[in-house]
Write a protein that binds this ligand. Structure first.
Ligand SMILES: Nc1ncnc2c1ncn2[C@@H]1O[C@H](COP(=O)(O)OP(=O)(O)OP(=O)(O)O)[C@@H](O)[C@H]1O
Ligand SMILES: [Mg+2]
Length: 245
């Protein structure tokens, strides 16, 4: 469904140029949960921005549903592919109620938007009482669930999650991860889950990429709850075999 082919990205020019992405190849199949892990500064968010068309790559191509993303209208692309960021507080307008926040992505939708929101609330374990509150009147976990709901209201085929649980405590991390797994099972929405916390990623993902210094250095499919890494970097980072927690 998502195919990233030989994507490269440089920042700056001449002798100061920095190659942040080097010939990245990555795929996400329909309904698949794919993880991308790597240390801070390895280029994960840059790759996210390039996939989401917030920045153009210097080289390479990105296909979504079989055609080049640059040939698709933004509107069509974002209907199929949504992004969710780390910082839920910063992503939510503090002056708006939850209802207003959730209405916004539906502005082009026909039909009863309130009914659609009410239908979807339960998917992220929120209730109608939350609709009248502002972000400051929500817990961190509730804020991230509002943020998540906002991204899935258009019912995308793929949700790209860039470090969405890093700032949450363990219990709420688990809650969000279990929600994502449930959504994946129920709706078939695929996930590209980006994080540096291997524990969480290993628990939820079917397949995992390891990124180091702008390159994908390793890839492993989970077999019987276990990943096998071969590249020295990922072995050093995670151990040769990583069992799910
Ligand atoms: N707009 C920019 N201009 C110049 N350099 C940039 C720009 N954006 C990112 N970089 C550099 O690109 C590299 C990769 O950054 P990126 O944010 O993609 O890393 P990351 O893997 O997401 O890190 P983290 O885990 O901390 O979020 C870093 O060295 C960063 O300083
Ligand atoms: Mg990042």
């Amino acid at each position: 469904m998502l195919v990233v082919e030989s994507v490269s990205k440089r920042y700056g020019s001449g002798t100061k140029a920095k190659e942040v992405l080097r010939a990245i190849n990555l795929t996400v199949g329909e309904g698949e949960i794919v993880g991308l892990v790597g240390e801070s500064g390895s280029g994960k968010s840059t790759l996210t921005r390039v996939i989401m068309q917030l920045e153009a790559p210097d080289d390479g191509t990105i296909l979504f549903n079989g055609s080049l993303v640059t040939r698709q209208s933004r509107k069509a692309f974002y209907k199929g592919c949504q992004l969710i960021f780390q910082n839920a507080s910063a992503a939510l307008n503090p002056l708006w109620t939850v209802r207003e926040i959730l209405m916004e992505p539906l502005r082009n939708k026909e039909g009863d938007r309130d009914a659609h929101i009410r239908r979807m609330l339960g998917k992220v374990k929120l209730t109608e009482a939350h609709l009248h509150r502002r972000p400051s009147e929500l817990s961190g976990g509730e804020r991230q669930r509002v943020n998540l709901l906002r991204s899935i209201l258009v019912e995308p085929k793929l949700l790209v999650c860039d470090e969405i649980i890093s700032s949450l405590d363990r219990l709420i991390q688990k809650e969000i991860i279990d929600l994502l797994i449930e959504l994946n099972r129920e709706t078939g929405m695929a996930l590209l889950f980006i994080a540096h916390d291997l524990q969480a990623v290993a628990y939820m993902c079917d397949r995992l990429y390891v990124m180091n210094n702008g390159e994908i250095v390793d890839e492993s499919v989970k077999v019987e709850g276990r990943f096998d890494f071969t590249h020295p970097y990922s072995v050093r980072l995670f151990g040769a075999e990583f069992r799910r927690g």
